[in-house]
Design a protein around this ligand. Structure first.
Ligand code: NAP
Length: 548
């Protein structure tokens, strides 16, 4: 029987893993090599991989919170690293997690014990201040993150090492734009880092060029009526449309929606094989402070030659915003080999084939929504498997792996496998089903229609996975019903008297049933497209807008 669990890393995945262990009556011991919690999200000036100073989350607080611990209502919807770290500290304090963490402790090796096939136990060797210790654990949760090593593809850029006289760096070394003042800068890669860094540097640089091989969709954090885009888009209703409508129609709808803000073809960002969140990039391109370029063919002494034959002279600095790779150097080779790709992990979690499922890799997922929420549901399942409360039958066949990849492709309708992501709701529901916490929406419509409407048409927040089943949280219903209020709360810092009682209208529409609600929504939308509604009416607008 598993009792003692080693958790490697005290970032967001590590913290939630400690909490889930405690919930299941397991004994967690967390090893963190730095002196503090927060992982990537704890900004430091130098020396370790972490976010840059100006980073703002690209998932909103309602979507990224831990499922039984919503952000304080006055926190902004998107926040900088210090606010998020503050939340982690509150979470750690509230659930008394800190005493389980051994700081400044590096895990050197995790190896199966000789009797592993019967016990499933691991030898874990750690080092703290030069003192090496070994301990036996019944199970291991790897929470060391998947941005462990910078991906610096120097080989793909002839001349960068031996001809180019300017400076080059990887985005992990980027902290702020101070050293780019007045420079001509080339940023390689248009992921979220590339987009953010290009925008920030463009405010001080003489010129920024942004080179992309494959283009990207750029979406804003701000959606219809100023609500966070993920609260509007990540709904079960949308998910149903994704699953049931012809993919050509969905592709057309999405294309139409994403190109409404700006035409990606005119901005040189097609063919879009990924999606980034950036509020300012289109404006920078429009005003010429960021110029989009194709892939670099080669570097000369002070210039970059692009694949379309154009040349940009006098390049002072090159930023490789080319992403990260993961590695688990502490795992014994046989296990590490099975963790080379997330596709080899059963449900992106368990490396096959282990005689006993006592090692799990958390957070090695690329979702179309919050990874924090995805990691939490993983941790809930893993700890129940460890505890023996959930059965574990590994049927991860090559066919199943292919079907996972097909689902991903369907979502982003692209052939590029490296960048596409797994459907957030699809994955959350799948792991939640394993835990027994997937909400039964049909049943909910019979038992609690008000809540069911919010669960189906509203944002699929992590709290939905606390409504029933193991780990049910009494606060979940109210948290879901007040989520729009919490989204608006930090915006209403200049209070304006709004006397209209829209909630009553919404209440009656709810009682009259779904068809009436949708018809009314469509009608209101057509009749008052420019209205500035209060929350209740706005929700109806939203439902209608989602349909058309
Ligand atoms: P990324 O998403 O992996 O993007 C790296 C980009 O580098 C690729 O999209 C590709 O862009 C380019 N690239 C990769 N290999 C290349 C090669 N051999 N030659 C040329 N170009 C190459 O990395 P990231 O932007 O650093 O993001 C890492 C993670 O952090 C992501 O999950 C991201 O969402 C997250 N992040 C979040 C925030 C936030 O919350 N605000 C901010 C930053 C990052 P092209 O195809 O365009 O060339």
């Amino acid at each position: 029987m598993v009792q003692r669990v080693a958790i490697i890393g005290a970032g967001s995945s590590g913290l939630v893993s400690i909490k889930c262990c405690l919930d299941e009556g397991l004994e967690p011991t967390c090893f963190e090599q730095s002196h503090d919690i927060g992982g990537l999200w704890r900004f430091t000036e130098a020396g370790r991989i972490c976010v840059y100073r100006s980073v703002i989350t690209n998932t909103s607080k309602e979507m990224m919170c831990f499922s039984d611990f919503p952000f304080p209502e006055d926190f902004p919807n998107y926040m900088n690293h210090s606010r998020l770290l503050e939340y982690f500290r509150m979470y750690a304090k509230h659930f008394s997690l800190l005493s389980y963490i051994h700081f400044k402790t590096t895990v050197h090796s995790v190896r199966k014990r000789p009797d592993f096939s019967t016990t499933g136990q691991w030898d874990v060797v750690t080092e703290t201040d030069g003192t090496v210790e070994s301990a036996v654990f019944d199970a291991v949760m790897v929470c060391s993150g998947h941005y462990a090593e910078p991906h610096l593809p120097l080989d793909s850029f002839p001349g960068i090492e031996n001809r180019f006289r300017g400076q080059y760096l990887h985005s992990w070394e980027y902290k702020d734009s101070a050293s780019f003042q007045g420079k001509r800068v080339l940023v390689l890669g248009v992921g979220n880092s590339g987009g953010d860094i290009a925008v920030e540097i463009s405010r001080v640089a003489a010129q920024v060029f942004l080179s992309t091989r494959s283009g990207t969709w750029v979406i804003s954090r701000i959606s219809d009526h100023g609500f966070p885009f993920d609260m509007m888009l990540t709904t079960r209703f949308h998910n149903c449309l994704e699953n049931f409508l012809p993919s050509a129609l969905m592709r057309w709808l999405r294309l139409k929606k994403f190109n409404t803000w700006f035409d990606h073809a005119n901005y040189g960002l097609i063919p879009q094989k990924s999606l980034i969140v950036n509020d300012e990039l289109p404006s920078c391109i429009l005003s010429g402070t960021v110029v989009v370029k194709p892939n670099v063919e080669e570097f000369m002494e002070s210039s970059a030659v692009f694949e379309d034959g154009t040349v940009e002279e006098n390049i002072d600095m090159v930023v490789f915003a080319t992403g990260y790779t993961f590695s688990f150097p502490f795992l014994e080779e046989s296990v590490r080999n099975n963790c080379r790709s997330k596709y080899t992990l059963y449900k992106y979690i368990f490396p096959p084939p282990l005689e006993k499922p006592t090692l799990a890799v958390l957070g090695l997922i690329a979702l179309t929504g919050s990874i924090m929420a995805g990691t939490e549901v993983q941790a809930r399942w893993v700890t129940r498997v460890f505890k023996g409360r959930q059965t574990y039958t590994q049927t991860w066949s090559p066919n199943e792996i292919n079907s996972f990849k097909t689902n991903k492709r369907k979502y982003f309708f692209t052939q590029c496998t490296s960048k596409i992501k797994t459907s957030y709701i699809g994955y959350m529901d799948e792991i939640a089903s394993c835990v027994g916490v997937k909400p039964n929406v049909l049943l909910l419509f019979l038992k609690d229609p008000k809540l069911a409407l919010e669960v189906f048409f509203g944002p699929c927040t992590p709290c939905q996975y606390r409504l029933a089943g193991p780990g049910k949280w009494v606060g979940a219903r109210n948290t879901i019903l007040t989520q729009w209020h919490r989204a608006v709360k930090p915006l209403r810092t200049r209070v304006i008297n709004d006397s209209s009682n829209h909630s009553l209208v919404f209440h009656w529409l709810t009682i009259l049933g779904l068809p009436a609600l949708l018809c009314a929504g469509l009608l209101i939308c057509k009749l008052t497209p420019e209205a500035t509604p209060g929350l209740g009416t706005l929700r109806i607008h939203t439902l209608a807008l989602q349909l058309i």
